[in-house]
Design a protein around this ligand. Sequence first.
Ligand code: HEC
Length: 161
Amino acid sequence: MEICFRRTPLANGYLFMNKWSFPLVLLVAPALVVAGGAPPNSDSGPTEVAEGRQIYEQYCAACHGWQGEGAADWTKPDEKGEMPPPPHDETGHTWRHSDAMLFRMIAEGWRHPFNKTDRLTMPAFKDILTDQEIQLVIEYLKTLWTEDQRRYQRSESQDVN
Ligand code: HEC
């Protein structure tokens, strides 16, 4: 169910799946706590994460850093009045966005509304990556966050409506 939910590429898909997956999460979550296992680094399998990392290194690392550390001085606009690439690790704010929002930013591109220029500083990847590749790279980004950030992002992803 979880995997099915995450693989659903369209925002509508998320809405549809949420109705069904939310009660399921409520049932499953306490069971996991009782089981008491150490939380996995990511909910995805190692193969998915490795594929996501490969895509990240090929398409994203040049701007966002090899370890997702972002550009130096990423919190301030550069000399063109554009916001530099932010980190994706726990020092950034990528983890604050729901799966659907992250998907949209990567597929359609993004610019900070206050940038002095009009161009999409974050390029659109929908003609370069498949929907599934975008999902995989998002799964990889999740491995750069703390457990609390992952928990927050998971609940954000379920609240999309
Ligand atoms: C040419 C440089 C460049 C490349 C390549 C690039 N990005 Fe970005 N990205 C940016 C910039 C610049 C921003 C900040 C846009 C803004 O807020 O003004 C950004 C923002 C983002 C955000 C929003 C982060 C947040 O906290 O709001 C996400 C998510 C993201 N990028 C993911 C990716 C992924 C995944 C890839 C690879 C598939 C990628 N980016 C490739 C430049 C790039």
